[in-house]
Design a binder for this molecule. Structure first.
Ligand SMILES: Cc1cc2nc3c(=O)[nH]c(=O)nc-3n(C[C@H](O)[C@H](O)[C@H](O)COP(=O)(O)OP(=O)(O)OC[C@H]3O[C@@H](n4cnc5c(N)ncnc54)[C@H](O)[C@@H]3O)c2cc1C
Ligand SMILES: NC(=O)c1ccc[n+]([C@@H]2O[C@H](COP(=O)([O-])OP(=O)(O)OC[C@H]3O[C@@H](n4cnc5c(N)ncnc54)[C@H](O)[C@@H]3O)[C@@H](O)[C@H]2O)c1
Length: 459
């Protein structure tokens, strides 16, 4: 078999990988982008994660504001939302493919990559045709996959879904059970409740949103309760059994066994693991971390000097914007002053896209106090914001934690409409080391959610 040589091989069409491919191609490098599925050109975010889930969440909000009289109408509206989401995804996938395909130095190869040695990779497509390629640098950007817990009956059930298969379902479940109360669990709970499903959630730990301050978590719980979402904490799902058109889920709660409910579908949202199974990393001698992600140093190099890992697969925070930042580190290592590393990330903001979204950056009040800061805590209800009233989204609250000694912002939790935008303003103020007063006294547009920062920090 002939061996094709490249300057750079990128395994996986993820955010970091596709951005890197475009960049290196523009520098004149001969790049191979290997993607195992044509349906995944563009990666997880645009095909099966951020973009489709947020498209559906937005449509679900619109559907919730309609007073549909019958279940049939809701079902139809849901099927249309799925179709609209599919159209959006197709458009983005084509665009992502052509962005790289039009780059004369980038060769998109469809097939599953597997290491033969630290230098050679075998790529096998769905027709079982294969080729062998070699590259001076190799980047693993294969993302993550759902963690499926070892619950009796879970593999056999036809009514158990992951976030990917759930978003492909055209039939709206009347009653949806969700295992896991993290990002995906909460976002899908909020979304399916808005579509009209009854949602029952099962979280293993005994504290709702354990990483958040209790006042924020309670406010979120109140909003989810109002949507009719039932949240069961300290639960362990023990067994799943399909019936004719439904599925029985048996669980224990607070140590009490043998409780069960009958639902129409079950979503499993219990975290995601590194997508490395097909890679045969042993052949390359690449080390894994204790959590079974690809182990890298802070410049994203593995123990094999020319093999790197970027995105979810390296065990960093699982966000598209972190995969993109991994690209920036690599760009700097290859073409810059080699100074940028993972350690440079100051305050990583995040948003959980429930309705309204929760966005946070920096420390919680609890974390700040535990770290020994003397804090000033500022809070306002979302209902006090003119824009929130104008758009009829008055649920939620905003909270900031200030270092009393320095006037610096230590952290901020925004549970309000548009918080996923506004949190980025706070991040910039924190990163640039400005006092909180810069937000108190700044000129912001009106009516906007951002102007609430004047009030929050004047409070
Ligand atoms: C439902 C859901 C919602 C999310 N929402 C958000 C959000 O709102 N905001 C946010 O920032 N993050 C969100 N995330 C997380 C985000 O999607 C991921 O962090 C991000 O997509 C990871 O990108 P990546 O660069 O690591 O690789 P990916 O985009 O995961 O790309 C990996 C690619 O590698 C391919 N591949 C795997 N193995 C092989 C192989 N052996 N050979 C060839 N190709 C291979 C895969 O097919 C895939 O296309 C969400 C995740 C999920 C599941
Ligand atoms: N808005 C966003 O940025 C966004 C949205 C969705 C997903 N994501 C990313 O995707 C990742 C995966 O999301 P996720 O929700 O699957 O994981 P997660 O880690 O956010 O939450 C998993 C939850 O499941 C619980 N759990 C684990 N095993 C369980 C079991 N057997 N029974 C009951 N509960 C159990 C955990 O205690 C945890 O609360 C996230 O960590 C996040 O980085 C990001």
């Amino acid at each position: 078999m002939t061996v094709e040589l490249f300057d750079t091989i990128i395994i996986g069409f993820g955010k970091g990988g596709k951005t890197l491919a475009g960049f290196l191609g523009a520098q004149g490098q001969k790049v191979a982008m290997i993607e195992k599925s044509k349906d995944m050109y563009g990666g997880t975010c645009i095909n099966i994660a951020c973009i489709p889930s947020k498209s559906l969440a937005l449509q679900a909000e619109h559907i919730a504001s309609h007073n549909f009289e019958s279940w049939e109408e809701r079902k139809k509206a849901y099927a249309m939302a799925i179709e609209k989401k599919d159209q959006l995804v197709s458009k983005l996938r084509e665009k992502n493919f052509s962005n790289l395909d039009n780059n004369e130095n980038v060769n998109v190869i469809n097939g599953k990559a597997s290491f033969l040695s630290k230098d050679a990779i075998k790529v096998t497509n769905s027709d079982n045709d294969s080729l062998i390629i070699k590259g001076k640098n190799i980047f693993i950007n294969t993302g993550s996959l759902p963690n499926i817990p070892g619950i009796e009956g879970i593999q056999e059930s036809k009514l158990v879904y992951t976030s990917t298969s759930m978003m492909a379902q055209k039939e709206l479940p009347k009653h949806l059970a969700i295992i896991g109360g993290g990002y995906i669990g909460l976002e899908f709970a909020s979304m399916y409740a808005n579509f009209g499903s009854k949602v029952t959630m099962f979280e293993g730990t005994d504290t709702f949103l354990a990483k958040e301050d209790r006042d924020i978590a309670e406010e979120i719980k109140k909003v989810l309760d109002n949507k009719g979402i039932e949240i069961n904490l300290n639960t362990s799902v023990q067994k799943i059994e399909d019936n004719q058109n439904s599925v029985r889920l048996s669980f224990s709660k607070n140590g009490k066994d043998d409780i069960s409910i009958e639902v129409d579908a079950i979503l499993v949202a219990t975290g995601r693991k590194a997508n490395i199974e097909a890679l045969n990393l042993k052949a390359a001698g690449v080390n894994l971390s204790e959590r079974n992600f690809v182990k890298t140093d802070d410049t994203l190099k593995t123990n094999i000097p020319h093999i790197w890992a970027i995105g979810d697969v390296n065990g960093g925070p699982q966000y598209t914007y972190i995969s993109l930042d991994d690209f920036r580190i690599v760009r700097d290592q290859l073409y810059g002053d080699k100074k940028r590393t993972r350690k440079d990330r100051k305050n990583i903001p995040f948003s959980v896209f429930i309705e309204p979204p929760l966005s946070r950056v920096g420390l919680t009040e609890k974390e700040a106090k535990e770290a020994g800061y003397e804090v000033k805590v500022l809070k306002i209800p979302a209902a006090s914001i003119p824009r929130a009233n104008q758009i009829n989204k008055t649920e939620g609250m905003l909270k900031a934690i200030i270092d009393n000694k320095t006037n610096k912002i230590l952290g901020c939790a925004l549970f309000c409409s548009d918080s996923s935008e506004i949190i980025n303003i706070i991040k910039i103020v924190m990163d640039s080391g400005q006092d909180f007063t810069v937000l108190k006294d700044n000129i912001f547009t009106h009516p906007s959610m951002a102007e609430a920062l004047n009030d929050l920090f004047a409070n």
